[in-house]
Design a protein around this ligand. Structure first.
Ligand code: NAD
Length: 545
């Protein structure tokens, strides 16, 4: 997927939020980019101009709503400088084929440091002690703290931030245990962290808990009225991940009962936190207003990362930090790139042979090199299949959701290895019509010359390079058919550049490459000739090499 601007034109990049200068300077310094800086733009203004830009960079203030994306024009991507994409309507972006990226890596250390700051502040009661000092008091007995060294920290979610917090906790002499269902090793960080597969099993070990998970149906309220009882008495809790992971009501109850000795929260179910929220008044609660990534270093890093990611994508050089393009890659090896191109050619050939609506698609990938780009092959194959038949633009970003909305079932089968080692990897695509009556199958390969080949269509063997104007003719296998077809094309003054014929039982499939596309009238005449069963026309792009 390349998005190169027309010769002489530059990629227009809209900064729709206040971005760190270094991020803006990065765009300004790119010879193929033009920066339009409009921080504080309203939703209506943004909706009016978004489509005049190739890419947009946002932070968390501007709202990229369905209205903003309704007429996407030349907009191809939105990059969020930071992590949360709550201000971007992901479904709308995906439906319009717009890639959404975030720059999560860049704020990892700052967020981990903030979580650790909250942990120390909680253990030493820094918040309430400071409050007493500002009110003129001096109470040394009230604020007896806890030492971190020797305590066990339970890290929930062992991703980028969780791991970074764990490293710091180890340096403070803590024992660290972690829970992450995706992590499949019993220990991490060179055996220093015991990793649990069950949250409930980890809980009794921890004196303190820190949360670093995304908010999902699995994580919402994971520390709540059912799981608090499994914790040690006097547990301390830090949440700098997402509001709602720790159930706020259950937390207040645990604080009141003494089960929980203190909680530090940077994130809340509703942000900004309501003025009258009981969390604000609770003496055992320490609060910060979502400050995890709020450091100069993190803001600079996320702005530069978002700008770099956006330019990389627009130039067709790769996809980093994609939020809505599961499985799509553009950093392909030459063989993978050739197969991605072939996949789309193959499905474009099959598409006109399905007349009753597409019900299901099965893609079989043989060869290790193909397995690692399965998601990308799927998307390109679906674009070839659905792209020509729908009234909306279909591209690799929105095709999965377009297919889902239309009830197309997709199945990908990975074969262990090549079926035939001498011939290299192989791609098979089978499409069934919605009524189950039409079943079409096509097999393709890329040989050492890197040229795409179709080697079978619907059981008919061939060796054909799919490119240019092509005509597929299914006919009865009897004498005179080739001559008749040749005469029809000759009379219509359409030159046949190449012809492949394959036979199966009593039928034959002719695949013709022609120099000019024949008229509808001529094709209609051919379709009604005795012995002709079906005629399909496909216009494919010329070969890439
Ligand atoms: P990450 O994707 O690197 O790590 C998240 C981890 O959570 C993954 O290892 C994943 O396997 C794990 N996980 C997923 N579901 C889980 C479950 N049900 N139980 C336990 N673990 C589960 O993400 P990250 O960059 O480390 O960010 C972690 C969280 O911190 C995110 O929610 C992010 O939005 C938040 N965050 C907050 C701030 C802030 O300002 N407070 C800043 C940055 C990130």
């Amino acid at each position: 997927m390349t998005n190169n601007p027309a010769p002489g034109q530059k990629f227009r990049i809209l900064a729709a939020d206040k971005l760190d200068e270094e991020g803006l300077d990065y765009i300004r310094s790119q010879p193929d980019a033009e920066l339009v800086n409009k921080p504080g733009i309203s939703e209506d203004e943004l909706a009016a101009i978004a489509g005049d830009h190739d890419g947009m960079i946002v932070r968390s203030a501007v709202q990229v709503t369905a209205k903003v994306l309704a007429n996407p024009g030349r907009l191809k991507a939105v990059a969020r400088a930071g992590v949360g994409v709550d201000n971007i309507d992901l479904d709308a972006a995906t439906d319009k084929g717009i890639l959404v990226m975030n720059s999560a890596d860049a704020s990892t250390i700052s967020t981990a440091e903030h979580a650790f700051a909250l942990l120390i502040a909680l253990a030493r009661q820094i918040g309430p002690a400071y409050k007493v000092m500002t009110e003129g008091g001096w109470d040394r007995n009230k604020f007896m703290g806890r030492q971190l060294a020797g305590k066990t920290l339970g890290v929930v979610g062992f991703g980028r931030i969780g791991r970074t917090v764990a490293e710091r906790a180890l340096a403070f002499g803590m024992t660290v245990v972690a829970y992450d269902p995706v992590f499949n090793q019993p220990t991490a960080l060179e055996g220093k962290v015991r990793v649990f597969q069950q949250f409930r099993e980890m809980l009794p070990h921890a004196h303190m808990l820190t949360f670093h998970v995304p908010l999902s149906d699995q994580t919402r309220g994971m520390l709540g009225s059912e799981t608090f009882p499994l914790c040690r008495d006097g547990i301390m809790v830090v949440n700098a991940s997402r509001g709602g992971v720790v159930d706020e009501e259950a937390l207040l109850a645990a604080l009141d009962s003494g089960k929980c000795a203190g909680a530090a929260l940077d994130v809340f179910v509703a942000e900004p936190l309501a003025k009258d929220s009981p969390l604000r008044k609770h003496p055992k609660v320490l609060l910060t207003p979502h400050l995890g990534a709020s450091t100069k270093e993190a803001q600079k890093a996320v702005a530069v990362a978002a700008a770099e990611q956006l330019m990389t994508f627009l130039r067709g050089q790769g996809i980093v930090g994609a939020v809505n393009a599961g499985g799509l890659r553009i950093d392909l090896s030459p063989v993978q790139a050739a197969f991605v191109d072939l996949a789309q050619r193959m499905t474009r050939l099959l598409a006109p042979m399905i007349t009753q609506g597409i019900g299901s698609v099965a893609i079989e990938l043989a060869g290790k090199e193909l397995a690692s780009v399965a998601g990308t092959l799927e998307r390109y194959a679906l674009v070839g299949l659905l792209g020509g038949s729908l009234d909306i633009p279909v591209n690799v970003i929105n095709v999965a959701s377009v297919a889902r909305q239309r009830g197309v079932q997709l199945r990908t089968i990975l074969s262990d290895d090549q079926t035939d080692h001498r011939s290299g990897p192989q791609l098979t695509i089978e499409v069934n019509s919605a009524d189950g009556k039409e079943e079409r199958r096509i097999i393709g390969r890329v040989y050492d010359d890197m040229r795409p080949r179709v080697i079978e269509i619907n059981g008919y063997r061939m060796d054909m390079i799919p490119e240019g104007a092509m005509i597929l003719i299914l006919n009865e296998d009897r004498p005179g058919m080739i001559g008749m077809v040749g005469t029809e094309f000759g009379q219509a003054k359409v030159n046949i550049a190449d012809m492949t014929i394959s036979r199966r039982q009593d039928k034959a499939l002719m695949v013709l490459k022609v120099d000019d596309q024949p008229s509808d009238a001529m094709l209609n005449r051919l379709q009604h000739r005795p012995g002709i069963l079906k005629v399909a026309v496909v216009k494919l792009p010329p070969e890439k090499n």
